[in-house]
Write a protein that binds this ligand. Sequence first.
Ligand code: GUN
Ligand code: ZN
Length: 441
Amino acid sequence: MKTAIRGALLTFRRDPLLAGVEAAMVYESDALVVMEEGRIAAVGPASTLLPTLGQDVAVTSYPDSLILPGFIDCHVHYPQTEMIAAYGEQLIDWLNHYTFVTEQGFADKAHAAAVAEVFLAEQLRHGVTSSAVFCTVHPDSVDALFEAAERRQLRIMAGKVCMDQYAPAALLDSAERAYHESKELIGRWHCRGRAEYVITPRFAPTSSEAQLTALGALAAEYPDMAIQSHLAETPGEIAWVKSLHPDCPHYAAVYQHYGLLRPRAIYGHGVHLAEEELQLLHDSGASLAHCPSSNAFLGSGCFDLRRARTVPRPVTVGLATDLGAGTSFSMLQTMRAAYEAAQSHGYALSAPQAFYLATRGSAEALGWADKVGSIEVGLEADLVVLTLRSTPLIDFRMRYVQDIEEALFVQMILGDDRAIAATYVAGRLQYRQGQARQGDM
Ligand code: GUN
Ligand code: ZN
């Protein structure tokens, strides 16, 4: 069945930082997006497309709104939903005191399933239609998330966290178990509908050399599969990795040594990377997930996006909440945090750059740019509709806005879940503000 939505539209063809806003950004003040069988069947000015539509095609209009590609959170931990806003610690203590306690609860599949429901409902309420998700060491935690995502037809990648050292015994697997359990999950879920498996060593310190070797071997068996982990988030973590791998010249080289740096390998943070590491990420085709609210919350440091994107060795970067160290599901609030991180490095992140990062940038970082992240004919119809006057203050501020870039900036600084009017997944309305879940409509 064909359906259509009408309103102002914004999407990106490429990175405005590298290509310039003119070449990168597409804005249409009155557009129509026609959706059929989960994909975008047509997109263009309403005045030209409306006459071509059959009488039977329902058109939903969104005045005073902006239609965008669904937001893509390229690094997030669903089991940490229940411990977002955990007080008072920095990374390693935060992991030990909060995260590793919480994650033990996911031995219980019913608990995992309940949290997965809350997590995905929150994502849809915030306009997030795709994400790359860390589960826990328990295979059941992966099944629970994929099952909940399948019910909503979400494009999602997720993986069992692998760790065999420096965590409580209840959260440890082994090199062999990591390999076999990951492989079993691949068989069950990889490329089933819109689900993809992602090989997921938690980070270098919690995997023995044997486990890193096993996961490198698994990655070699699936050369197109995504890989996710963490890299250079805090100075203490980097010193720890150096002590565990004294022969590696730097942290990124550890992942390279085990065959875990390649296209579709995405590493959270990368806050404290040396020049050689950025070069290595560029050369290998691996990407970074910029997690600014998490970095601020844990006091990890400030990622320098402009440095990472420097030509001639730009590293592909997407935007991520890294919840539960991140403090919000909102990609608007995450853009705000990215703006503040850039300011602390002495420059301003433009609104087009921020919206690009949260949509097409994350899609490119995950190797999904041919599927989602833009509004183009043939891509999957994952869309979010922002309402541009979602609070009294935003309404007032918008009266003084001169152009689309200023409007976008106001939304990313002041907006949150209240700005999400509707979320479409594979062409179906899955969330509309003020209504219960629409998934079965
Ligand atoms: N490094 C290893 N595990 C984690 C995690 O769960 N969250 C964050 N922010 N960093 C990590
Ligand atoms: Zn993380």
